[in-house]
Design a binder for this molecule. Structure first.
Ligand code: NAD
Length: 305
């Protein structure tokens, strides 16, 4: 057991840790020595109500197993208070797992502004506020590991989840920018797109599937990403049911059109196959790589026909 990944001395905030995935993350980190702020508003799956019960129960479970934890019942929309709770109780914050979430599923046709707004507030504004409040402390300490919880719905789209998909892909953009801004200070940000049985999935997946998809299958990857040994930064991981993988952008070789000539819709149409053919795809990793062919095209003669 010499190389067991430990989190002794580390303080972790897990939002929405009263049940489901957050609970599993909190229990695992605490079992490895982290002091955990178990945040949960204790509301319904669609964002109504409030209760301290869920967070208290998880704190009791952690303590019963010999770990250290404190409950916090603020909404992630008041992220500053959650970070303050970590500082008040444990004097520091090393790890943030942005996990709190709700659903307001509806076809786009029937979606209300309230459905749109509420999902944005919990997933995006909430993750922003928690992370933004902790950011200066992590930079000053020269250590931070931040997880954002995205979703396959955000990465691929899903019927009835326009609000949720937007928010969840928004978190990918946030994480990738923080990965760049935090890198020099050893503050890393990564994204998971998990799948697990929980009250959010029990209405859409058959019971035997939700029973089998244990949240505990997701947490080990989260723990690795949050560990001080991990140098992974800006990654996107799909994880659940024993499957774990990393995702990246893929781009076709594309077409390059000579500048100075008229780039007409017909010219674009004639080159459609070249624009969309993934045969010689590349995998741009940053904005420099992404704009490279554009810059090249500005300075070189084109092969576009
Ligand atoms: P869950 O409902 O079991 O847990 C979410 C927790 O977040 C709840 O305990 C809830 O009280 C809490 N919460 C909600 N709003 C909050 C707020 N404003 N402030 C603080 N806490 C709040 O759901 P889960 O499936 O464990 O989901 C966890 C995260 O994973 C969510 O962000 C969800 O969107 C994401 N996710 C889950 C799945 C899946 O398959 N379960 C798939 C993709 C993404």
């Amino acid at each position: 057991m010499g190389n067991e990944l430990r989190f002794d001395g580390r303080v972790a905030i897990v939002t929405g840790a009263g049940q489901g995935l957050g609970r599993a993350h909190a229990l695992l980190l605490a079992s490895r020595g982290a002091k955990v702020v178990v945040n949960d508003l204790g509301g319904s799956a669609t964002g109504g109500g409030k209760s301290s019960e869920a967070a208290d129960k998880v704190v009791a479970d952690i303590k019963a197993a010999g770990g250290e934890a404190v409950a916090n019942y603020d909404s992630v929309e008041e992220g500053g208070k959650i970070v303050q709770a970590a500082l008040d109780h444990f004097k520091r914050v090393d790890i943030i797992i942005n996990n709190a979430g709700i659903l307001r599923d509806s076809s786009f046709q029937k979606m209300t502004e309230q459905d749109w707004e509420l999902i944005y507030r919990v997933h995006v504004l909430g993750a922003f506020r928690v992370t933004h409040a902790a950011w200066p402390h992590m930079r000053d300490a020269g250590f931070g590991r931040i997880i954002f919880t995205s979703s396959a719905a955000g990465l691929y789209g899903n019927f009835g989840q326009a609000n949720y998909s937007t928010a969840k892909l928004g978190l990918v953009g946030l994480a990738r920018t923080l990965a760049i801004e935090g890198a020099k200070k050893n503050v890393f940000a990564n994204v998971i797109a998990p799948i697990a049985g929980s009250r959010l999935t029990e209405t859409i997946l058959p019971k035997e599937v939700t029973d089998a998809l244990k949240p505990e299958y997701v947490s080990p990857l989260v723990a690795v990403l949050c560990h001080e040994e991990s140098q992974e930064n800006g990654g996107i991981f799909e994880v659940g049911g024993g499957f774990m993988s990393k995702l990246r952008w893929q781009r076709t070789e594309g077409a390059r059109f000579k500048l100075g000539r008229n780039i007409t819709p017909e010219l674009v149409q004639r080159n459609w196959e070249r624009i969309t053919d993934f045969g010689k795809a590349t995998f741009p990793e940053d904005i420099t790589g992404a704009t490279q062919p554009v810059m090249e095209n500005l300075g070189t003669k084109s092969r576009g026909g």
